[in-house]
Design a protein around this ligand. Structure first.
Ligand code: MG
Ligand code: MG
Length: 259
């Protein structure tokens, strides 16, 4: 089922989106060499609970994982790209970390992910990988709006990733968002323009390009959740939740003014 939110619900989604973005910004600033992934998980928990929000992850038990997830954030390090289960591991300068966070506040969910290199600038290859996912995300956002089709968004994302030299894995992609985290429609990270569902005002989409440097194949860790590149190469992931509005598209997962 595709959920269409009314204007009051979209307004609540703005608050959820700002909270997710603020938490991610704080976690990014604290993710320095010596930080344990379990510290990041605990900080995420403390910030969301202090704001009165609920985790979308703790009790999450989908068919693709070995649930329940049991943690508050996904921490995917280096060759891990999606659903990284927080565990006892310490960050070092030069690590490439992806943080993916979804919370529910006042009944509405927002979902966002960032990738960055610990300690500042990374290798040219790592920075290119991250930049490609960020450009693909912006292209997907630019292609969205009332009357646009899902295929337009998928095509825009996939075109950027492809022209940057990366192959696209279609097992996981973006999705509808609303009263729960993972809703219809699925938003593949590649597609054909002019095809698929017509976007309508009140629809919330999580757009989330992710890539692996030299492969499209994944392996799953023994933890049943963490997905890694099959070759051990580095990876990146960028995600925003956006709302389709009457006259365009609005990014909801941007930091509030106070952040
Ligand atoms: Mg996410
Ligand atoms: Mg998502």
């Amino acid at each position: 089922m595709i959920e269409i939110l009314d204007p009051t619900e979209v307004d609540r989604a703005r608050a959820t989106g700002a909270l997710v973005a603020d938490i991610l910004a704080t976690l990014r600033s604290r993710s320095v060499a010596g930080t344990n992934l379990l510290d990041i998980d605990r900080w995420a928990r403390d910030m969301m609970l202090a704001a009165g929000a609920q985790s979308c992850y703790v009790d999450y038990e989908p068919s693709f994982g070995r649930g329940p997830f049991g943690h508050y954030i996904c921490t995917s390090l280096n060759d891990a790209v999606l659903h990284g289960l927080p565990h006892d591991e310490v960050l070092a300068d030069g690590d490439l970390l992806s943080l993916d966070l979804a919370v529910s506040l006042d009944g509405v969910v927002a979902d966002s992910a960032i990738s960055f290199v610990v300690g500042g600038a990374g290798s040219a290859e790592d920075e290119a990988l991250i930049a490609a996912t960020e450009r693909a995300l912006q292209a997907g956002i630019a292609a969205a709006g009332p009357g646009a089709r899902l295929g337009d968004v998928s095509h825009a994302i996939g075109s950027v990733l492809g022209s940057a030299g990366y192959s696209v894995n279609t097992e996981f992609g973006g999705h509808g968002v609303g009263s729960t985290m993972h809703q219809d429609p699925h938003v593949p990270n590649t597609g054909r323009p002019g095809r698929g569902y017509v976007l309508r005002p009140g629809l919330l989409l999580a757009l989330e390009p992710w890539v692996m440097a030299d492969t499209a194949a994944l392996t799953t860790d023994a933890d049943g959740w963490t997905l890694r590149s099959a070759t051990g190469c580095r990876t990146a992931h960028s995600e925003h939740t956006v709302a389709i509005t009457e006259d365009g598209v609005e990014v909801l997962t941007l930091p509030s003014a106070r952040a």
